[in-house]
Design a protein around this ligand. Sequence first.
Ligand code: IPM
Ligand code: MN
Length: 353
Amino acid sequence: MKIAVIGGDGTGPEVTREALKVLEAVSKIDNFKFELNHLDWGSERYMRTGEIIPEGGFDLLRQHDALYLGAVGHPDVKPGVIEKGLLLETRFKLDQYINLRPVKLYKGVETPLAGKSPADIDFVVVRENTEDLYAGIGGFLKKGTPDEVATQTAIYTRKGCERCIRWAFDYTRKRNNPKGKRLTLVAKTNVLTFGHDLWMRTFEEVEKEFPDVQTDYNNVDACCMWMVKNPEYYDVIVTTNMFGDIITDIGAVIQGGLGVAAGGNINPEKGGVSMFEPMGGSAPKYTGKNVINPIAAIGAMAMLLQHTGQPKSGDRVLAAIEKVTGTKMKSQAAGKMGYSTQEVGDLVCQNLA
Ligand code: IPM
Ligand code: MN
């Protein structure tokens, strides 16, 4: 297995180190080999060279079986430059059209939702990852004048929503939730009567291929409410890029915060290259302090393994994470874990069984 590793900015490299430590440990147990290719892409390199992804960078990425990303974002670089130039560009260029974001409350992790336990918070968001407002279409007219106009256009294609919806149905089927297989489409068909009408019609056509999956629809505002009030209702949610971005921050916080939440940018096609990352940012103020929580980063490595030919090892890592959150860590907040970043990584390695 060939993995390209972009540690990135701020605390990205620190949490990446712990994820790689766990990879090394689980590879010994399950007897597989891997090769790492460390890439120094990120803000430091950008400030030094003016280049975010070097020439030929995407061809280089395509030569790997998977990509691992720590975090990007730097206080000295204008917001959006690295996020668009590295993260979004990779999602688009490698056609990673699924953003898979599990929302699972691990044992021992505190949720801000009163009265909810791990049995109540265990669902998955499938976020479309290449279209919508993220397409970057728009512009200014009369910029800087009192008559200024700005446009930002959401793009939805039949192909784009159909492949995402079909993948989500298939995922729901395979997840095979003992509480019942249910896929909820989250959109805003009552207002976005063109783009989300396309999503709805496509959903209704694709559902015919999956008679074993119960289907359901929520407007996105109602979904925000239900995620807080009745998270146990959800099994799998499929949604558009922008709404998926927003609701998965609610998802992250109810599962214990950005120190815990992980995701995968997946190109499910044959030969497709996927990228896995903790959901949190580069947390500059914690850089180098050995206090940041690496659980999300280790969880992202578990997802990488699950989706890149080592599912058993991925499950093993997730089980170890849950032992550590359930029996060791005091909190999931940076600096309050009861352990350092490195110690949490060590604990996960020791608890691999
Ligand atoms: C995420 C992030 C990104 C997004 C940003 C950093 C571009 O918020 O992965 O959720 O909006 O997709
Ligand atoms: Mn986001």
